[in-house]
Design a protein around this ligand. Structure first.
Ligand code: 8DG
Ligand code: MG
Ligand code: MG
Length: 142
């Protein structure tokens, strides 16, 4: 008998550049297929959220990030087979002149900077709900 399913832990990163955020359109992955989502991936055993964010961003985009901070977490029960706890982080580019590369073209169509007032469609559902619900990854002015 197969063991009972357990929730996955994903770390997703809002990389902030001026007033824009990096999104990429996912390919035929089991969760969020063909939708625009943030760079990120699964937390590995023994890893901190910050280490996971830096590793996944580097693996997927080639970018080096700094000022990596925890923003929030959401519990996404997507179907009877998909349950992901997502840890949302934010970060800035270590070198603002760096440009993203599509290092895993089997998983992503490419990376672009988007204004959150003009989200790329289709945006990954839980992410769009969060952003349209008023959540902002940008530091508040206060
Ligand atoms: P890995 O298995 O190579 O470690 O990771 P990955 O292949 O890069 O994983 P992923 O599918 O990109 O993301 C991990 C989980 O997080 C997956 O169940 C989908 C989920 N997820 C969300 N929202 C987002 C998001 O905005 N970006 C990313 N990358 N994953 C997200 O629920
Ligand atoms: Mg990855
Ligand atoms: Mg990923």
């Amino acid at each position: 008998m197969s063991p009972p399913p357990v929730p996955e832990i994903g770390v997703a990163v809002f990389i902030l550049k001026n007033n824009k955020v990096l999104f990429g359109r996912r390919r035929s992955l089991s969760i969020g297929a063909y939708t625009y989502a943030l760079p990120g991936g699964h937390l590995e055993f023994g890893e901190s959220f910050e280490e996971c964010a830096a590793r996944e961003v580097k693996e997927e985009t080639g970018l080096d990030i700094k000022n990596i901070e925890l923003l929030t977490a959401t519990n996404n029960v997507l179907s009877d087979k998909a349950h992901v706890v997502i840890i949302y982080m934010r970060a800035h580019l270590s070198d603002p002149d760096q440009t993203p590369q599509n290092i895993e073209p089997d998983k992503c169509e490419g990376w672009e900077w988007y204004d959150l007032n003009n989200l790329p469609e289709p945006t990954f559902g839980p992410l769009r709900a969060m952003l349209q619900g008023g959540f902002s990854p940008f530091p508040s002015a206060f």
